[in-house]
Write a protein that binds this ligand. Structure first.
Ligand SMILES: Nc1ncnc2c1ncn2[C@@H]1O[C@H](COP(=O)(O)OP(=O)(O)OP(=O)(O)O)[C@@H](O)[C@H]1O
Ligand SMILES: [Mg+2]
Length: 208
């Protein structure tokens, strides 16, 4: 049996887009693969999103409970994990040892970059001490590409040897997709052309 690839979206900073990215990624991959979505957050926002999905959309197995390690009943190609804010060191270590890849969304804001700096230092230290093979990819989210603070974020990301897996613009499409139980790839092309092209490098990295 094929082994499921485990991908978590993690950053202890609240509101940086973990659930938005985890749900859209699960939806994107569900068109070509069997996908399970693991909701580790007590807020259960990913589970709420899953509850809004219509039968017309490809099925995604939801694992809403926070048991560790997660119990997946059917075979899956991908396990996508939405993690809570304020995750502690023990939980982070568990994810590093469990996952193949971790996506770290980062917002272009000085306050997020400061806390992101501390978090990334911790993440890379834990990966080293645990000798985890987990790959870490940094993703700029809610980007306005013309702003100075976006350039500052790119400079910040450049300091790390982790791959920069892309940027997602600030777009109301993400809010629309969330409230409809859809991924951004399931909204009409004319509306999301730019978002689809921004997602391609991220999806390529996940599938690599
Ligand atoms: N690229 C984007 N463009 C516009 N809005 C976005 C984008 N990404 C996320 N958002 C919005 O930002 C808010 C926070 O996003 P989300 O809930 O995904 O973050 P989170 O990291 O999961 O938060 P928490 O830490 O509370 O779980 C939501 O209102 C979401 O719709
Ligand atoms: Mg969330």
């Amino acid at each position: 049996m094929r082994r499921a690839r485990k991908i978590a979206v993690v950053n202890p900073k609240g509101g940086c887009g973990k659930t938005t990215i985890a749900t859209s990624l699960a939806a994107w991959l569900s068109y070509e693969s069997d996908v399970a979505l693991i909701d580790l957050d007590a807020q259960q926002s990913a589970s709420d999103w899953h509850g809004l999905r219509l039968p017309d959309n490809p099925g995604i197995e939801l694992i809403p409970d926070r048991r560790w390690p997660p119990v997946v009943s059917t075979h899956c190609d991908y396990l996508i994990i939405d993690s809570p804010a304020a995750i502690n060191e023990r939980e982070l270590l568990r994810l590093l040892n469990y996952c193949d890849k971790i996506i770290v969304p980062l917002l272009p804001s000085p306050i997020d970059m400061r806390s992101g700096w501390r978090y990334l230092e911790q993440l890379f230290r834990l990966r080293k001490v645990s000798r985890s093979q987990c790959e870490i990819g940094l993703l700029a989210n809610r980007v306005k590409s013309w702003t100075i603070v976006y350039r500052e974020l790119i400079g910040f990301i450049d300091q790390y040897r982790a791959p920069f897996v892309g940027h997602l613009r600030e777009s109301v499409n993400y809010i629309r997709a969330m409230e409809a139980g859809l991924g951004v790839a399931e909204l009409p092309y004319y509306q999301c052309r730019q978002d689809w092209s921004e997602w391609q490098p991220l999806v390529d990295w996940v599938k690599d």
